[in-house]
Ligand binder design. Structure first.
Ligand SMILES: Cc1cc2nc3c(=O)[nH]c(=O)nc-3n(C[C@H](O)[C@H](O)[C@H](O)COP(=O)(O)OP(=O)(O)OC[C@H]3O[C@@H](n4cnc5c(N)ncnc54)[C@H](O)[C@@H]3O)c2cc1C
Length: 500
């Protein structure tokens, strides 16, 4: 039987990127995925021939010479994808009950818009933009010249973005605008490190890009590149055991009792899942307890809709907030059936073209909590009890009622609707409590973040729980993990050679 240098557990974005980087080094790499297709949260699904996205709607930093272009070029996927940029003058809309702002790409252009919208707050706006631009310079992996400052990077995790905005005297309304995209990493602004928000803010306003074919196209490109570089991937292979000998990794066992021999493991699923896979936990109890006690991000309720309404005016994505207090977003889970709550919605067909049968597709995200579904956690996907189905339907109707208030054109024109809950997330991605962004990147947990390299020889973590979630964050995290294996300077030199 073939012995692998690396087994990568999980074929989400993090696992696939790490696998390609290692396969490019002529390492023998095998990716094992529990699901029947690759992608984890990049997963999309089809109903009646319509493709719906779950965890991919847009990616920042894919404009010409932006940082993700560099990494994706290195991974050999950039040329395999058709990138469709959002409209620069209106990529997202922030909507509040009494106020709407259509956002522009580019920090300069955004600053101009903010100055026009908040003419009395030019000083606070200037201080904020200067600060977040300065902070990005400290993060070595986010700069094309690979120059950063580790100490300053770490100190940016010591203050919350909310405290910073309060210290510069930003009004409630300005704060709401500057903090609105905290939903992209799932942490309330009062708990978010300034450095984390700075990275997301810079990335988001750099550019936003869709991909023709969505998450599936991205996964297919990643898998193709992996195979071109000699890597292997197997599906319906849930890893249940990690085998060690003399404190060294020697292989993994999957649910169907297959054994795969390897020297090293890249663990890309939620880090908490690793410990129970060892016959005898090789880590110190202080380390294990610290990770096991870390809080996960919350989950979400998703709705997937096909409509015969014409939605060509909805090329932008919309983020609706019932109040200016962005922390509130996390306190109104969809399953509590609120009258009015946070909602993100996107109409990909408005940008990419209607479906062949002339429909528009809508995808919505509402925050949700696993607790309200806990009672059905033992039931199996496809065989959930009627009580769960009725509850889900009630939430779906509530979400649809709210969506109709934002897109009145769809009233009476819904051809199809299906929804997902935290239990759906858990089933398809094996993420504990269906959490959507892995372990929460809040101040407390980012003081001692989970590192890629562990004390167990040959065992590495990657994925959204480590540094940052999201397409940019997870891609970069896989390079951080592989730097620990290959050497940072070596990898940067190779990236420069192959991408300049
Ligand atoms: C609703 C939603 C919308 C989002 N929208 C965007 C967006 O528009 N733009 C953006 O930048 N980001 C977005 N994100 C975030 C982004 O999708 C994620 O950060 C990213 O895909 C996570 O990748 P990952 O590899 O870290 O984790 P995952 O995608 O969770 O991958 C982990 C993989 O491991 C597998 N696995 C788990 N356990 C095992 C096991 N025991 N054996 C084998 N395999 C296992 C899982 O099946 C999964 O494939 C969104 C996320 C969600 C949930």
């Amino acid at each position: 039987m073939k012995k692998y240098d690396f087994v990568v557990i999980g074929s989400g974005l993090g696992g696939l990127c790490a696998a390609i980087i290692l396969a490019k080094e002529n390492k023998k790499v095998l990716v094992l995925e529990q699901h029947f297709k690759p992608g984890g949260y990049l997963h999309s699904f089809k109903r009646h021939g319509w493709q719906f996205e779950t965890g991919f709607h847009f990616s920042p930093e894919l404009g010409d010479s932006q940082i993700l272009q560099m990494y994706w070029k290195y991974l050999g996927i950039l040329d395999k994808l058709e990138l469709i940029p959002y409209n620069k003058d209106h990529f997202h809309s922030l909507q509040f009950p009494d106020f709407r702002l259509d956002l522009h790409s580019g920090l300069d252009s955004m600053q101009e818009l903010l100055n026009k919208t908040f003419p009395d707050e030019k000083k606070a706006i200037d201080l904020f933009i200067k600060k977040i631009t300065e902070l990005k310079r400290y993060f070595v992996y986010f700069n094309r010249d690979h120059i950063g400052d580790m100490d300053k990077e770490h100190s940016s995790f010591e203050v919350s973005v909310m405290d910073f905005l309060n210290s510069i005297g930003a009004s409630e309304k300005l704060k709401a605008v500057l903090l609105a995209h905290s939903y992209l990493y799932g942490v309330p602004p009062s708990e978010t490190p300034l450095g984390t928000h700075a990275i997301f803010f810079n990335a988001l306003y750099s550019s936003t890009t869709d991909i023709k074919g969505g998450g599936d196209a991205l996964c297919n490109a990643l898998v193709e590149s992996l195979k071109e570089n000699g890597g292997d991937i197997l599906f319906k292979k849930k890893v249940t055991q990690i085998k060690t000998e003399n404190k060294k990794i020697c292989g993994v066992v999957t649910e169907d009792e297959s054994y795969y021999e390897c020297d090293s493991i890249i663990f890309s699923a939620n880090p908490k899942l690793a410990f129970s896979m060892f016959d005898e936990n090789p880590f110190r109890s202080a380390y294990t307890n610290r990770i096991m006690e870390m809080e996960n991000t919350s989950s979400h309720f998703g709705a997937y809709i096909a409509t015969s309404a014409d939605l060509s005016n909805y090329k932008h994505d919309t983020l609706y907030f019932p109040s200016y207090d962005i922390d509130e977003l996390y306190k109104n889970p969809a399953s509590a059936l609120p009258n009015d709550s946070f909602m993100y919605f996107t109409v990909p067909t408005a940008r990419l073209g209607k479906t062949p049968d002339g429909k528009e597709l809508i995808e919505t995200i509402s925050m949700d909590t696993y607790n309200n579904y806990q009672q059905w956690s033992d039931s199996k996907f496809g065989k959930r009890p009627q009580e769960y189905k009725d509850f889900k339907l009630q939430i779906q109707e509530n979400v649809l009622r709210q969506l109709e208030s934002h897109i009145p054109e769809i009233a009476g024109k819904i051809d199809f609707i299906e929804s997902s809950t935290p239990l759906t997330n858990e089933h398809f991605t094996n993420s504990p409590q269906g959490c959507i962004f892995g372990i929460k990147h809040n101040m407390e947990q980012m003081r001692a973040p989970i590192r890629a390299k562990t004390k167990l020889d040959g065992f590495y973590y990657t994925g959204q729980s480590l540094i940052f979630p999201g397409i940019v964050g997870v891609t970069i995290t896989s390079f951080v993990t592989c730097s620990d294996i290959l050497g940072q300077q070596y990898l940067f030199d190779k990236i420069d050679k192959e991408t300049r």
